[in-house]
Ligand binder design. Structure first.
Ligand SMILES: Cc1cc2nc3c(=O)[nH]c(=O)nc-3n(C[C@H](O)[C@H](O)[C@H](O)COP(=O)(O)OP(=O)(O)OC[C@H]3O[C@@H](n4cnc5c(N)ncnc54)[C@H](O)[C@@H]3O)c2cc1C
Length: 402
């Protein structure tokens, strides 16, 4: 008999996971709170809560997973490779450079527009006979007994009850499912808000990504399709975001970028609309309870400083699908609690490494202490000069270590 799992939450992780499961011949019922848009040619990539104005740096491992799913050709249309990474700190002499060529890889990853990623994933999900997509439906209850996990949901006046041997909760940072299961979360508010937009510069990007640590926050400038377009992610202190949002602040924002970057990117000529995202780290105390497993931001939400969050989720999803496939090959229970606990244990090392790395980068560079600053400078220099350090960091950023 065909096994079916339920996924709660159809954001970037829920949809990607549904496609991985379908490829493994596992049927999926996917419940998403928001009504998805209909795409037409005039409306190439309308925003959806998860597929918004952001751009994501996809690691090489994530790109490989989309290649395996046969989606990379469609995604590539709105993606561009990162061939070099420059890390610098405003007002200091330290600098680190990574070159794909030197690391003997094609690229460090690809930057893709989230709205396009959403469009491609959703279009594919809608074509898949093994995926039943139920959108505009809010999950309001999650319970479980020895054999099943049970869900109640509402769509307008309508109510819905479904059950499965396995529920995967990919319902985001403020996960309802996590709370319904009584799973605590360790939360740290970074007191920062990421300002996100697209800018146009007078110099072409030549596929170079910049990470610049400024007194306002670590500023990432990544190449986008189109030689002069770049994606900006700038975490600033919470409460100061209004200074940067709104059309009336366009010039002020461009001036701040210019001051922070100097002329590395040429002149900052145009900015798109800015959006803001509050930044916190939210780590679930457990990721598997009974027949439910947490996935994506519901399991671990991290700071976007190194563009690692979604890539980590993709590796989790990949390993989970492999565990489920092994279960099916043994004709075993697809939601067996001990198998889910083993999955969680298998993922902890990679998760903790990424979580610690991102958190320490944010905390380390947020501190203006002059001694720390000196260590950072020598650290960046060492990074650039000591053989062996670069390939390690590069491999790690590409997600190939997992
Ligand atoms: C500014 C910024 C930049 C980033 N850049 C990068 C990057 O370059 N590279 C990278 O790897 N990562 C990046 N990340 C991280 C990445 O965005 C997240 O890892 C990713 O969005 C997590 O997706 P998700 O599907 O788990 O959660 P979400 O996108 O939050 O999706 C959760 C979904 O669940 C639905 N839902 C919630 N509650 C319910 C309910 N009760 N019933 C039904 N549905 C429900 C929601 O509607 C939503 O669609 C960035 C993050 C930020 C903030």
């Amino acid at each position: 008999m065909q096994q079916e799992v339920i996924i709660v939450g159809g954001g970037m992780v829920g949809l990607s996971l549904a496609l991985m499961l379908a490829k493994a011949n596992i049927a999926v019922k996917l419940l998403e709170a928001i009504k998805y848009p209909n795409y037409d040619d005039a409306n190439l990539a309308p925003y959806h809560s998860s597929f918004d104005a952001r751009n994501s740096a996809l690691s090489r491992r994530s790109v490989q997973i989309y290649q395996e799913l046969g989606l990379w050709n469609a995604l590539q249309e709105h993606a561009t490779p990162i061939l070099e990474v420059h890390i610098t700190e405003q007002g200091s002499f330290g600098k680190a450079r990574l070159k794909a060529e030197q690391e003997k890889v094609e690229s460090f990853g690809q930057v893709i527009e989230n709205a396009w990623l959403g469009r491609v994933l959703l279009t594919e999900v809608r074509k898949q006979p093994l995926i039943e997509l139920i959108d505009g439906v809010q999950v309001t209850s999650l319970t479980q007994d020895a054999d099943h996990a049970k869900i109640e949901a509402v769509r307008g006046e309508e109510s819905l009850s479904v059950q499965s041997k396995l529920v995967i909760a990919a319902d985001g940072r403020d996960s309802f499912c996590r709370e319904a299961l009584g799973i605590g979360a360790d939360e740290h508010d970074y007191d920062q808000v990421a300002i996100v937009t697209t800018v146009q510069t007078s110099k072409p990007h030549h596929h170079v990504g910049f990470e610049r640590f400024s007194p306002l926050g670590p500023l990432a400038l990544l190449p986008l399709p189109g030689e002069y377009r770049r994606s900006v992610v700038w975490p600033v202190k919470k409460g100061t975001e209004q200074e940067w949002l709104g059309e009336e602040n366009d010039q002020h924002f461009l001036d701040a970028l210019q001051e922070t970057y100097g002329d590395r990117a040429g002149k900052f000529q145009k900015t798109g609309r800015r959006f803001s995202f509050p930044l916190s780290q939210v780590l679930a105390e457990k990721q598997a309870v009974g027949r439910v497993v947490l996935m994506g931001n519901a399991a671990h939400t991290i700071h976007p400083v190194a563009g690692q969050g979604f890539n980590l989720c993709m590796r989790d999803a990949y390993v989970l699908v492999r565990s489920l496939t092994d279960q099916l090959a043994k004709s075993a229970d697809i939601g067996e609690p001990s198998m889910l606990l083993a999955y969680e244990a298998a993922r902890l090392t990679d998760q903790q490494r990424v979580i610690k790395f991102c958190d320490s980068v944010v905390r380390g560079f947020s501190n203006q202490n002059p001694v720390l600053k000196l260590i950072r400078n020598t650290g960046l220099l060492a990074f650039d000069m000591i053989p062996g350090v670069k390939p390690l960091v590069a491999n790690y950023a590409m997600g190939l270590k997992a």
